[in-house]
Design a protein around this ligand. Structure first.
Ligand code: CAA
Ligand code: FAD
Length: 379
């Protein structure tokens, strides 16, 4: 067993760390305040290769492994989880879905633009009445021969306003329940496709979350992904990998908060000494570090499983369940270590604490991860 990272992995991690410090840290507080993530930063992430990491080189991707991807996700998330969720959705949901299940024509037309950052993707499964209960799709796509007619509403879609291409899940045959669900590629600007208002959020406020409304949108048949009825399995298979990305995001949020708390404890004085010399604070830092290290092992194991071609449904759910809990626990403690300053925006930890919460909700809540894990263990 070898726990060391290769030279290449270290280089990728360091490049992401430097990018996060130089490009994401400036303005992160303002982006959070204004709920705004500039297109310019998306372009720069594309130039760094962060938007097409694991996709095949033939379609403009980096052809990298999942370990590289989680290293980048962790580094970006230490500074700005709003930036890293953009990277996560584009890589592990949209690109992965197209690269693994799309047709050659779909890959040429769509994937090759998504991998470079020229275009941005969104993944649209959730609806007002179908979140955890994802098979209860109300959005319909009616087969009209050479095209489908799409109607319905999707909720809370990340990159909802800024994406160009949307992978949309819809019910094509209600009688067949989840086996009558399909996934489609929909382009922004098609007639009848409307982007709803931006959500006002607690955390990841720099990311762009919208509802989407489809009103008789004509979707060419060649834009269906995979065989008829493959849509729900497509969503589930894609989400298994997506959960590794969110687990790495949670890990990064925790690690970022820990580093800030550690550094602060070495300079802040109380009762005549740096606060790290009070055992209550030193033990908090020790506990935080143990939790982060345990989360990192689960995240790496899930990424390794995926790279080895092993089944990763359970390991990705475990990584997300645990790392997201660690993100919450550690960020709360990081605020505590900062005292009053922890409550103030300029010290960053209050934002990380707010950002941590979403990792327990999206791409399957913690309760849903427990369903996936327990069903997997008992089957
Ligand atoms: N791979 C392949 N197929 C799978 C699968 C997997 N990992 N998991 C389930 N399936 C298949 C099952 O085999 C079954 O098909 P068959 O009947 O043909 O065998 C079918 O899917 C239905 O499975 P279940 O009976 O287990 O379905 P369920 O209704 O009990 O739901 C669930 C299962 C795991 C709870 C699922 O609904 C789920 O994952 N819910 C959470 C949804 C979610 O994660 N949404 C995230 C939206 S994207 C997002 O959030 C992005 C972001 O924020 C950035
Ligand atoms: P519900 O399903 O209504 O759940 C409410 C509560 O009940 C939760 O605690 C849940 O765990 C619990 N619960 C539900 N069923 C069970 C059960 N069987 N057993 C035990 N507990 C249960 N979706 C997308 O498709 N694409 C995106 O890009 C996307 N981005 C998002 C970004 C943000 C900021 C947010 C907030 C959400 C995003 N989502 C996205 C939606 C997200 O995936 C859902 O919010 C999530 O899956 C939970 O669904 P819900 O909100 O409907 O909660």
């Amino acid at each position: 067993m070898d726990f060391s990272l290769s030279e290449e992995h270290l280089m990728i991690r360091d490049a992401a760390r430097e990018f996060a410090q130089n490009e994401l840290l400036p303005g992160v507080i303002e982006r959070d305040e204004q709920q705004h993530f500039p297109k310019e930063l998306i372009k720069k992430m594309g130039e760094m290769g962060f938007l097409g990491m694991m996709a095949p080189t033939e379609f403009g991707g980096g052809g990298m492994d999942t370990i590289s991807y989680v290293l980048v996700m962790e580094e970006l998330s230490k500074i700005d989880a709003s930036a890293s969720v953009i990277v996560s959705v584009n890589n592990s949901l949209v690109n992965y879905g197209l690269a693994n299940y799309g047709s050659q024509a779909q890959k040429e037309k769509y994937l090759s633009k998504l991998t470079t950052g020229e275009k941005l993707g969104a993944f649209c499964l959730s609806e007002p009445e179908a979140g955890s209960d994802a098979t209860s799709q109300k959005t319909t796509a009616i087969d009209k021969g050479d095209h489908y007619i799409l109607n319905g509403t999707k909720n809370w879609i990340t990159n909802g306003g800024s994406a160009d291409y949307y992978l949309v899940i819809a019910q094509t045959d209600k009688e067949k329940k989840h086996r009558g669900i399909n996934a489609f590629i929909v382009e922004k600007g098609w007639e009848g496709f409307e982007v709803g208002p931006k959500e006002q959020k607690l955390g990841i406020r720099g990311s762009d979350t919208h509802s989407l409304i489809f009103n008789d949108v004509k979707v060419p048949k060649e834009n269906r992904i995979g065989e008829d009825g493959f849509g729900f399995k497509f969503a589930m298979k894609t989400l298994s990998g997506g959960r590794i990305g969110i687990a790495a995001q949670a890990l990064g949020i925790a690690a970022g908060a820990y580093e800030l708390a550690r550094d602060y404890s070495k300079v802040r004085k109380a009762f005549g000494t740096e606060i790290c010399n009070h055992q209550a604070i030193a033990f908090k830092l020790a506990d935080m570090n143990v939790e982060i290290e345990a989360a990192r092992h689960l995240v790496m194991k899930a990424a390794w499983d995926k790279d080895q071609g092993n089944n990763y449904d359970i390991s990705s759910a475990m990584a997300k369940l645990y790392a997201s809990k660690v993100a919450m626990d550690v960020t709360v403690e990081a605020v505590q270590v900062h005292g009053g300053n922890g409550f103030v925006k300029e010290y960053h930890v209050e934002r990380l604490m707010r950002d941590a919460k979403i990792t327990q909700i999206y791409e399957g809540t913690s309760e849903i991860q427990k369903i996936v894990i327990s069903r997997g263990l008992l089957s």
